[in-house]
Design a protein around this ligand. Sequence first.
Ligand SMILES: NC(=O)C1=CN([C@@H]2O[C@H](COP(=O)(O)OP(=O)(O)OC[C@H]3O[C@@H](n4cnc5c(N)ncnc54)[C@H](O)[C@@H]3O)[C@@H](O)[C@H]2O)C=CC1
Ligand SMILES: NCC(=O)COP(=O)(O)O
Length: 331
Amino acid sequence: MQRPLVITQGDPTGIGPEIIVKALLEGAFDALSRPLWVAGDPAVLRRAATVFGVPCEVVPVGERLRLVFAGRALDVVPLSELAADKLIYGRSDIPCGRAMLRYIEWACDACLSGEVAAMVTAPISKAAIHAAGCDFPGHTELLAERCGVGKVVMMLAGERLKVCLVTTHLALAEVPRVLSEGEILETIRITDAAFRRFFGRQEPRIAVLALNPHAGEQRLFGDEEPRLIAPAIARAQAEGIAASGPHSADTLFHFAVRGGYDAVVCMYHDQGLIPLKLLHFDDGVNVTLGLPIVRTSVDHGTAYDLAGTGKASAESLVAAVKMAEQMAAHL
Ligand SMILES: NC(=O)C1=CN([C@@H]2O[C@H](COP(=O)(O)OP(=O)(O)OC[C@H]3O[C@@H](n4cnc5c(N)ncnc54)[C@H](O)[C@@H]3O)[C@@H](O)[C@H]2O)C=CC1
Ligand SMILES: NCC(=O)COP(=O)(O)O
């Protein structure tokens, strides 16, 4: 039997549980080539089913619980026993934060041991995991540490655009202080290797963005381009990587979405995520490149304003599951 994919349920008070159930009810997982498990809390998923007015039957299957919603089933690895009926949407707390961490840690370990083929993460509250004692800003850094990897790359991907970030969650004012030639070069290398291995590109075309307006305009608006970015690109090119730049960020995306590049390396979070979400708000996927395991994710957060209404879109989750399935075939 094919090894399963596992979805981590995410924040019990956010949209994670209900978009998992919604996608299942819509038949979005019917054609998967692998079994699909959820690392989560059966009571929370049962509560999510009530949002759609469907009953949920529970059947024990070894250490898992099979939840059957209107004829479609999901196997849940039960990792918390929260009082689901007392949880208030949008009010995550320390027990919820601890539960979210358990789902992620279990899934990561199951990927490392080979019990499951890949993990897909539903959204967590970064504030809640922090309150629960986790110092990492999100899944990306937590997984890197748990897998024993120094540098990973956060990629946000849609059909038309794929952006890979040199820096992720830090204050904008910190970005110039944190950027280095080495970090930029490693981001390019990891992007190149992942596109060759997982996305079928023989020679991935990687556009590397400038940090400053007009790529610094000959040092008039900053010197990161000649000092850090251009040397990193030159070293990547010397290694046989088809990297180019530094490109002005204001124009490059126009060409990238018209097929000029396979990936765009961006210097900071919003430089990449604004164009990505403009094009792929619903179906974007967050992928961690450079891990020894496959991890994909929704590209959105907990959407507390929608939690419990059933209105949130499950498209990004479905795209993340499909991408994990495709990537797992290359492990
Ligand atoms: N991968 C993860 O676990 C991520 C977690 N977060 C966390 O989520 C929380 C909320 O963050 P925000 O910045 O408010 O971002 P958000 O993505 O939760 O919400 C931003 C806007 O997008 C809408 N939205 C989000 N997902 C949607 C969906 N599936 N369908 C329809 N509309 C949707 C929301 O209703 C809201 O109007 C924070 O605690 C943050 O840390 C944020 C991004 C990623
Ligand atoms: N904005 C993207 C994001 O927050 C993803 O964080 P992570 O939890 O996947 O590291």
